[in-house]
Write a protein that binds this ligand. Structure first.
Ligand code: AMP
Length: 291
């Protein structure tokens, strides 16, 4: 496994793999502090591609001014040893200056899809995400790039960017990996105290409860949202940011569920830590408890 810090080196390695060795490149962008959710994306990439490239970069442009950019967990030594165990071929771990050199002034904005849900709560977040993903896709030029359903809106926004701007990469979305309590794995879970971690289990239980109501025939979005909200509000350590039901492809807000998959998503503070989770209702015509 080679760790690469320079984007020129990453570009030339990727070019050689593509042109001279004709190998299919799978790419997994991460912000490090790796957990089993990241590792499942790497596993998926290994299964589909000849070469796996993982980036580890805490991207400053996707954090708001009051968010946790400075305190975000960073441990490249631990991450690199996990990645070596997982037979990753290349780790791209650039510095902030390497990605955003002096005078950097070009950004990618996906309109419409980014002004709701996470975009409404975190202004500018998706502009940062699409800009870094655009840069990384241009540096690595992978055949496939792997994203987690955990960040459902991010996956939808990235897919739209790739389609609109004709990036030659196929986006693959893999299911959310959860702890035994149902809590979606996240690097930010390391911020939680023991009590908060236990309390955070309610996020997934609340989504599952709405999912069960949907499976029994409830199609009114307001009532499904209320099931989630009222469960969350009973947990004193949890403060709801939003609960929403949207079309799972175009993110239009729904009043009634129809036969198209619907994204039930939420953001909530558990103590001071903001967590997100979601569930897709109606995939294959029935509720889907695992994603
Ligand atoms: P992050 O390091 O949080 O930016 O995440 C990097 C990638 O891993 C993103 O595509 C995330 O959606 C994905 N990811 C994060 N947590 C999970 C999880 N629990 N299950 C599946 N994928 C995840």
């Amino acid at each position: 496994m080679e760790i690469i810090n320079r984007r020129k080196r990453m570009m030339s390695v990727a070019r050689r793999l593509r042109r001279e060795e004709n190998r299919a490149i799978g790419f997994v962008p991460t912000m490090g502090a790796l957990h089993d959710g990241h590792l499942s994306l790497i596993h998926e990439a290994r299964g589909r591609c000849d070469v796996v490239v993982v980036s580890v970069f805490v991207n400053p442009t996707q954090f708001g001014p009051t968010e946790d950019f400075n305190s975000y967990p960073r441990d490249l030594t631990r991450d690199a040893s996990l990645l070596a165990e997982y037979n990753v071929d290349y780790v791209f771990a650039p510095t902030v200056e390497e990605i955003y050199p002096e005078g950097f002034s070009t950004y990618i904005s996906v309109e419409g899809l980014t002004d709701k849900l996470e975009g409404a709560s975190r202004p500018g977040h998706f502009r940062g995400v699409t800009t870094i993903v655009g840069i990384l896709l241009n540096v690595v030029r992978p055949d496939f790039a792997f994203f987690g359903q955990k960040d459902a809106q991010q996956a939808i926004v990235v897919k739209r960017m790739v389609r609109d701007l004709a990036f030659p990469t196929e986006i693959v979305v893999a299911p959310t990996v959860r702890e035994e309590t149902g809590l979606a794995m996240s690097s930010r879970n390391t911020y939680l105290t023991g009590d908060e971690r236990r309390a955070a289990g309610v996020l997934n239980r609340a989504l599952s409860q709405a999912n069960a109501a949907f499976a029994e025939g409830e199609q009114n979005a307001g009532r499904l949202i209320e099931i989630v909200r009222s469960m969350l509000e009973k947990e004193p350590l949890v403060r709801v940011d939003y609960v929403s039901l949207n079309d799972a492809e175009n993110l239009e807000a729904l009043e009634w569920l129809n036969d198209r998959p619907a994204l039930l998503s939420l953001a909530a503070f558990v103590g001071k830590t903001r967590l997100i989770d979601n569930m897709v209702l109606g995939r294959n015509g029935k509720a889907n408890p695992t994603s």
